[in-house]
Design a protein around this ligand. Structure first.
Ligand code: ZN
Ligand code: ZN
Length: 345
């Protein structure tokens, strides 16, 4: 089968022919139709510091996908209501099921997590095998959207673990996940959604997803604008989606006393924090977002998507066939792209 492979411990990705996998016991073989391209794939292609420490080539990359069940391994039919031909997506974090976190319903922070397309073969391929526990029927959601339920799920996890109805919400960073978060906050009943970024194209996407107010952080004073828009109080909930140090400090400055800061963006290096003034004396709660809650986030997300509460499609700006992965990565590098999808079948 055709796949995008990290072949060697060096920069670059290669479109190659690799053996088609088979479904082992408890596994499902999925024919991939669409896959989402994300910053993680760019890190692997560029072979940055993180990739050098994490990736053990050769590995098929890609972790966001949806497709059709092609075969089921032994024992699957007994435990799951799945059938060949069904359209599905999957949680790409494969967790151990027996650590303290898994056993207390917190699989998203399993200490033994293995990620498809990172620690084992991934989804930029005609076929992928997944443990049946990770497979989720799309229930009518198109595979273009199913392919990006991983990052949409990050946004759901970020937004819905805060108290949103009637709240003022400030979203710092309008990459695809930030734009999804804008739409989710609106759908969940936020009274006002404010979004910031340094890129005008991304701010347009945030506005299309329902932001009441967008702030160009390269031109305007972000904190002052958020304070003005919230009657001088600051936002009830701030979602930091960029990991950029200046935006992190703006997040803490723009949250109201007693508010909540949700941290999803990952800073490249250590960022100094003034714990006294930024956190303690403001009495705020800070929450670190990893992956998607298994499977609470997925259930919420499917209901928002199937009911029409959220339409994430405006955020999809590019589609490429699998073989044009280099163009997909270039579009991410350009900075102005929304979500990028590979067409596989
Ligand atoms: Zn991703
Ligand atoms: Zn575990």
């Amino acid at each position: 089968m055709q796949a995008v492979v990290k072949e060697k411990p060096a920069p670059g990705l290669k479109v190659a022919t690799v053996p088609k996998p088979t479904a082992g016991p408890g596994e499902v073989l999925i024919a991939v139709r669409h896959a989402g391209v994300c910053g993680t794939d760019l890190h692997i292609a560029d072979w940055d510091d993180w990739a050098q420490h994490r990736i053990r080539p050769p590995v098929v990359v890609g972790h966001e996908f949806a497709g059709e069940i092609a075969a089921m391994g032994d024992g699957v039919e007994e435990v799951a209501d799945l059938k060949v031909g069904q359209l599905v997506t999957a949680e790409g974090h494969i967790v151990c099921g027996h650590c303290l976190q898994c056993r207390t319903g917190n699989g998203h922070i399993c200490r033994n997590t293995r990620i498809i397309g990172v620690d084992r073969d991934g989804a930029f391929a005609q076929y992928i095998t997944m443990p049946v526990t990770n497979v989720l029927p799309l229930n009518g959601i198109p595979t273009t959207v199913g392919a990006i339920m991983d990052p949409i799920g990050n946004a759901f996890h970020t937004v819905l673990t805060a108290d949103i109805p009637g709240s003022t919400v400030f979203i710092a960073g309008c990459g695809p996940i930030g734009c999804f978060a804008v739409g989710i906050a609106r759908a969940a009943g936020a009274a006002k959604v404010i979004a910031s970024d340094v890129n005008a194209r991304r701010l347009e996407l945030a506005a299309r997803m329902g932001a009441h107010l967008t702030i160009n952080a390269a031109e305007d004073d972000v904190v002052r604008t958020v304070l003005q828009a919230t009657g001088g109080e600051g936002a009830d909930v701030v979602c930091e989606m960029s990991g950029v140090p200046s935006a992190l400090h703006q997040a803490f400055a723009a949250v109201r006393m007693g508010g909540r800061v949700q941290l999803l963006g990952i800073p490249k290096d250590a960022v100094p924090v003034d714990f006294a003034s930024e956190i303690i004396f403001k009495g705020i709660t800070v929450y670190g977002v990893i992956g998607r809650k298994m499977y609470e986030t997925w259930d919420h997300m499917r209901r928002y998507l199937t009911s029409g509460l959220l339409d994430p499609r405006p955020v999809i700006t590019h589609q490429f066939p699998l073989a044009r992965i280099d163009e997909a990565l270039a579009a991410i590098r350009s900075g102005g792209a929304g979500k990028i999808i590979l067409e596989i079948a």
